[in-house]
Design a protein around this ligand. Structure first.
Ligand code: ZN
Length: 438
C-alpha cells in the first residue's frame, strides 16, 4: 500500500474516537499511533498529573464523558453524544435536570451560517455545560420542558502526550509536532496524526540518518506548553532543533500552505518553501501565511523564550475551509491523494535537510568532466539541461551558501541536485562543509 493509503486507513481508525485535552480517547489515540509506528517500544507515552505547573499554566483535571443527550417530554432525544461526539461542549460538567425551553437555549451552540453543521465547541477553563447541534435540529425544539443529561466527571488524573525520537549521527534534530485533542474531525486533526505517524515510519526506515528526528503528539496549546515544560526538554530542544514543523489539516486536496516563522527566513521556512516551489505536486502553486496568521502549536514553539523556529504545514489551512471545526469535516473531506501529497512534500523536506551542507569545489576552475564520464560524448540540445544543472551547481559551490540557498539561486530542484552531488562526492571533487565558509 502507498503511504497515502496507509495514512488514510490510520486516519479512518482514529476518526471515531472521542478525544479531548485529557482522557481515555487521547490515550487510546497515542496507543494506536505507537502501534502504527511500531518502533520497538521507543514511543513513550507520558502522563502529567492534574495540578502540575507548566510555565503560566496548570495541568487541568482529567475529564471523562460517558453519555449525553437532551430529552423532550415525549421521550424524543436530541443532541445524542452516542450518535455524534461533537454534540457535547468539550469539558462539560455533569447535569441531569428538567429545564424549560428558554434555559435550554442558553446551553445550545449552533453554527448559524451552516444549517446542517454541528459546531465543535470547548470550554476547558470555565466550568459549564452545553450541547452542540445543527441549526436544523435546533429548529425542531419547541417550547416545553427538557431533560439536560450529561454523564461526565472531572477528577484529579493526568494529561497524556506521546513522543518518539530517532537518533541520528548528529545531535542536531528535526522536530515535528501535531495535536491529539480534537474529537471526530478528519482533517483537523486525524490527518495530522496520520501524516506524523507515516513520516515517523519513513524516518525509521532510513538506513542512515544524519539528523536526529523527534515527533511529538500533544494536546494543542496546553499539551505543547506542558511538553516544553517537562523533562528539561526546552533546554534540549533549544540546543538541538535546527528545523521543524507543526502539522495540521494535511489531508484535503487544496493548495499546500506554509505558516511562516516570524523571520520567514529560518531553515524551516526556506526548506519547505523551496520544496513547495519546485515540487511536481504543486506546479509552483502554494500559499504562504505570515506568522500573524498562526493558530496551532507554532504559537508555543516560536514564542519568546522558546524560539525554535518551527513553521506550520497544512494543505488548505485551518480556518480557511467551510467544514473547519464542524461535523462536516468528515472522512469525505480528506483523501488518499491529499495525504500522499503532504507525505511527498515532507519526505522531500527531510531528504533535502539530510543533504543540506555548504558545498565547496576542491580545485579552482571548472572541473574536466569528460575524463570522468560526466560529460556527454557529444554536445547536442536536449542533454544540455542536465549539464546546465551540473555546471551551475559547480559554479556556485563555493562553500558560501547551503544547498537550499543554492537550489533557490540556480533554479534547480534539490531532488535534481542530490544525484549530481553524489557523483561529485564519489569523485572527491566537492567538499560538504557543515558551516559556511568565510
Ligand atoms: Zn482545530
Amino acid at each position: 500500500m502507498s503511504e497515502g493509503e496507509n495514512a488514510f486507513k490510520l486516519a479512518s481508525q482514529l476518526y471515531p474516537i472521542y478525544r479531548s485535552i485529557t482522557g481515555t480517547g487521547a490515550r487510546e489515540t497515542l496507543r494506536i499511533v505507537s502501534d502504527y509506528i511500531d518502533a520497538d517500544d521507543k514511543f513513550r507515552i507520558y502522563e502529567v498529573k492534574s495540578g502540575t505547573k507548566a510555565f503560566d499554566w496548570t495541568v487541568p483535571k482529567e475529564w471523562i464523558i460517558r453519555d449525553a443527550f437532551i430529552e423532550a417530554e415525549d421521550g424524543k432525544k436530541y443532541a445524542c453524544f452516542s450518535e455524534n461526539n461533537l454534540h457535547i461542549v468539550g469539558y462539560s460538567s455533569a447535569v441531569d435536570k428538567w429545564i424549560n425551553y428558554e434555559e435550554l437555549l442558553d446551553h445550545i451552540y449552533t453554527q448559524p451560517d451552516q444549517e446542517n453543521a454541528i459546531p465543535y465547541v470547548t470550554s476547558y477553563y470555565n466550568e459549564r455545560y452545553g450541547f452542540c447541534m445543527s441549526e436544523a435540529e435546533k429548529k425542531e425544539l419547541k417550547p416545553g420542558r427538557y431533560r439536560a443529561y450529561i454523564d461526565s466527571d472531572l477528577f484529579d488524573g493526568s494529561l497524556s502526550y506521546g513522543e518518539i525520537v530517532f537518533p541520528g549521527e548528529e545531535n542536531s534534530e528535526v522536530f515535528f509536532s501535531t495535536y491529539t485533542c480534537h474529537p471526530s474531525m478528519a482533517d483537523d486533526n486525524c490527518s495530522g496524526l496520520a501524516l506524523a505517524a507515516e513520516l515517523a515510519r519513513y524516518v525509521k526506515s532510513l538506513s542512515r540518518r544524519r539528523y536526529t528526528y523527534r515527533f511529538a503528539f500533544v494536546p494543542e496549546t496546553i499539551g505543547a506548553i506542558v511538553y516544553l515544560s517537562q523533562c528539561n526538554r526546552l533546554k534540549e530542544l533549544k540546543k538541538n532543533v535546527i528545523a521543524g514543523y507543526t502539522l495540521s489539516c494535511v489531508g484535503n486536496n487544496g493548495d499546500y500552505s506554509i505558516i511562516n516563522t516570524k523571520s520567514a527566513d529560518s531553515l524551516s521556512d526556506r526548506t519547505l518553501m523551496n520544496i513547495l516551489r519546485f515540487s511536481e505536486n504543486t506546479s509552483g502553486r502554494f500559499k504562504t501565511y505570515s506568522y500573524l496568521e498562526r493558530g496551532s502549536d507554532e504559537r508555543q514553539y516560536n514564542s519568546p523564550g522558546v524560539e525554535l523556529s518551527l513553521a506550520g504545514f497544512s494543505r488548505t489551512k485551518y480556518w480557511e475551509f467551510p467544514e473547519y471545526h464542524t461535523s462536516l469535516d468528515t472522512l469525505d473531506h480528506i483523501s488518499i491523494e491529499g495525504l500522499q501529497g503532504s507525505f511527498d512534500i515532507l519526505k522531500e523536506v527531510i531528504d533535502a535537510l539530510e543533504c543540506n551542507y555548504f558545498y565547496k569545489m576542491v580545485l579552482p576552475c571548472e572541473p574536466q568532466l569528460g575524463k570522468r564520464g560526466m560529460y556527454p560524448k557529444v554536445s547536442q540540445k536536449g542533454v544540455y539541461d542536465e549539464i546546465q544543472a551540473l555546471m551551475n551547481f559547480v559554479g556556485y559551490a563555493d562553500g558560501k551558501q547551503d544547498l537550499i540557498e543554492m537550489s533557490d539561486m540556480i533554479g534547480q530542484p534539490v531532488r535534481v541536485l542530490i544525484p549530481i552531488i553524489k557523483k561529485l562526492r564519489d569523485e572527491k571533487m566537492v567538499l560538504a562543509l557543515s558551516k559556511k565558509e568565510d
